[in-house]
Design a protein around this ligand. Structure first.
Ligand code: NDP
Length: 275
């Protein structure tokens, strides 16, 4: 559909943002449903992000927020959802009843990816590596899904302690060693974005784990997921989380079900790269 004078504009705001796959699969959804809307990526400064999100939403659009603006925008949006409050981050914005609203659909995105990859984790013992924004979202999803224990390990221990305090849940512990037995291991660091990054954890150190989820994604998949599969675990990279956070955002904007199959096909094609 070509743009018209009534085309609604949706934008992902971040820095950098040119690598984002969100425009590909959101525009595929818009086209599939014949929506008069376009989704673009806009690089902007932290100071500009809240005002830009406000202006786009007030003009009848909406969008997403990515690194490094999620916390800045969360602080600027008055109405915090439970996911925003618990993570301190906003990744989705839109206009509802004349007011700019925000949410953090990374939580729902990780929850859906978890359900697709692993299924029921009630009673599970989970090791999570990392303590940044993705780790906060994954932690909320793991706790909501009924894990028995969530152990957080991070390069900077203080950040893990801060996340534990924010989560305020007696099932959460901060660990420096990983000698325990775990059912599920989650990489929520940025390790793996480059193929020569060290692995966040070796699977020999978490013998007994049966599943691994990486929040990172890159063309050809991540080395950590390949290592997990080679060690016999069920594993998935961050594409599932990306897809489902986008589907949940779509549902906030349009108040209707997202065309998940169309979005998944567009995302997988884009993630596979040219050719
Ligand atoms: P943050 O900057 O908030 O957190 C980064 C985390 O990675 C911190 O825990 C940091 O540890 C750790 N880390 C970074 N470098 C190293 C290193 N060399 N060794 C050990 N630990 C390291 O980023 P986000 O949480 O927002 O993003 C993390 C990853 O998740 C990114 O790759 C991002 O693309 C991905 N992501 C994927 C999503 C999806 O939909 N699949 C959604 C959101 C993010 P420390 O505290 O010590 O600095």
């Amino acid at each position: 559909m070509t743009s018209t004078a009534s085309t609604r504009v949706f934008a992902i705001l971040g820095d950098p943002v040119s690598q984002s796959l969100s425009p590909v699969f959101q525009n595929a959804a818009f086209r599939h449903l014949g929506l008069d809307a376009v989704y673009v990526a806009l690089r902007c400064s932290p100071a500009a992000a809240p005002a830009l999100a406000d202006a786009i939403a007030l003009a009848g659009g909406g969008g997403n927020i990515t690194v490094p603006h999620k916390r800045t925008v969360a602080r600027a949006i008055g109405d915090a959802t439970s996911a925003m409050r618990r993570t301190g981050a906003c990744n989705t914005y839109w206009l509802e009843n004349g007011r700019v609203r925000g949410d953090n659909t990374d939580v729902a995105g990780f929850a859906a990816a978890l359900a697709e990859t692993v299924g029921d984790i009630r009673g599970a013992r989970v090791l999570l590596i990392g303590a940044g924004g993705a780790a906060a979202a994954a932690s909320c999803a793991v706790l909501d899904a009924g894990a028995d224990r969530l152990e957080i390990r991070n390069r900077t221990r203080g950040a893990a302690e801060t996340l534990r305090e924010r989560l305020d849940d007696e099932r959460v512990r901060v660990r420096e060693d990983v000698t325990g037995r775990y059912d599920l291991v989650v990489n929520a660091t940025s390790l793996g974005l480059r193929d020569d990054d060290p692995l966040p954890i070796a699977f020999a150190d978490v013998a007994g784990a049966t599943a691994a989820i990486d929040v990172v994604y890159r063309p050809g998949g991540t080395r950590w997921v390949r290592a997990a599969r080679a060690a016999g675990l069920t594993a998935a990279d961050g594409l599932g989380m990306l897809l489902h956070q986008g589907a949940a955002a779509f549902e906030r904007w349009w108040n209707r079900d997202a065309p998940l199959d169309v979005m998944r096909a567009a995302l997988l094609a884009a993630a596979a790269g040219p050719g």
